[in-house]
Design a protein around this ligand. Structure first.
Ligand code: ZN
Length: 340
């Protein structure tokens, strides 16, 4: 089968890969209908993370179940399924508490490479959620978004306790930040401030429910949020970048007693203890337990109540995966969808 591999920073190729097979009785193999390039895939692409030899790429996927292991009961051959970027058993204590991304048996799907024609999904019963039927073509991008960016943005909004009566600020205008805007809107937030200096992303943020746009960053961005909130700061702040600057911008934009939900993959972030102490904010985040939210998100998409698929502004055949990476790296695209 064909699949995308990263050979070195900046070097993605679509090559022949071995067909995945059932290795464990809890596995499924799916025919990938759509996959995509993640902002986190750009970390090795840009050399921020090492590339140790040719590496399969991709951890977001929707597809049709083609094979199941002997122990798989919750999905059957022919089902259209959405899975999280972490495989999880959904039965251990951590999963049952809603933190499936840290399942005691978690497998990072990126190690298997979803940007391919087929994909082995470990712990299929816990990981995959079947849609009510075969989706209409136009729902596929939205269902794919649920696999990571929507689920991650949703978790961030829940972690930040976005809801009725709340002012929510979103640091980061990548796909996850934009999905967090959508999530905050769905959760009933009164006011949603998107922090973005890119016109196309500002427009999408408004479509997803942002009521205000702040273009300033860093201390100037914090000052603008304070101005917009009677000097107090936002109730709920979502951090969707993962840098020192963005994390401090998020903490400093939050009012005392408020909540920060952070989902940007942290790179060399060091929090000053004294400032954290006196900030008096709730800080919750990490790798999003997308599986917790998948049934609800699939339902909202199926009923066409949300349209997160709009976040894909580039739609390519799998063979052009390298162009998807390049376009996102150069910020010509917010998020690239790949069709095997
Ligand atoms: Zn578990």
């Amino acid at each position: 089968m064909r699949g995308a591999m990263m050979h070195a920073p900046g070097d993605v190729r679509v090559v022949d890969r071995d067909e995945p097979v059932i290795e464990e009785p809890t596995d499924a193999v799916i025919k990938v209908v759509a996959a995509c390039v993640c902002g986190s895939d750009l970390h090795p692409y840009r050399g921020v993370e090492p590339v140790n030899g040719p590496t399969p790429m991709g951890h977001e996927y929707v597809g049709v179940v083609e094979q199941i292991g002997a122990d798989v009961k919750n999905v059957k051959i022919g089902d259209f399924v959405v899975g999280s970027f972490w495989a999880s058993d959904n039965t251990c204590e951590i999963c049952r508490a809603g933190y499936q991304s840290r399942c005691v048996h978690a497998v990072l799907m990126g190690t298997l490479g979803a940007q391919a024609e087929r994909l082995r999904v470990p712990l299929a019963d816990g990981t995959l959620v079947a849609t009510p039927g075969q989706p209409d073509e136009d729902l596929i991008p939205s269902l794919l978004a649920a696999s990571d960016v929507l689920g991650t943005g949703w978790f961030a909004a829940v972690a930040a306790e976005a809801g009725p009566g709340k002012t929510v600020a979103v640091v980061g205008d990548g796909a996850v930040g934009l999905m967090a805007v959508l999530a905050a809107k769905q959760l009933g937030a009164e006011r949603i401030i998107a922090m973005s200096r890119h016109e196309d992303r500002q427009r999408l943020a408004r479509e997803f429910g942002a009521s205000d746009i702040v273009e300033e960053r860093g201390d100037a961005g914090v000052a603008r949020i304070k101005e917009l909130t009677d000097g107090l700061g936002a109730h709920s702040v979502i951090e969707a970048v993962g840098t020192q600057e963005s994390m401090m911008q998020a903490i400093r934009s939050t009012r005392p007693g408020g909540h920060v939900g952070y989902v940007g993959v942290s790179h060399d972030v060091a929090l000053p203890g004294d400032e954290l102490f006196f900030a008096l904010v709730h800080l919750t985040g990490g790798p999003a337990p997308v599986r917790r939210f998948l049934p609800e998100l699939i339902d909202l998409i199926w009923k066409r109540e949300i349209d997160p698929g709009k976040v894909f502004d580039l739609d390519l055949p799998l063979e052009d995966a390298a162009e998807g990476f390049k376009a996102m790296d150069e910020r010509r695209a917010i998020k690239a969808l790949l069709r095997p």
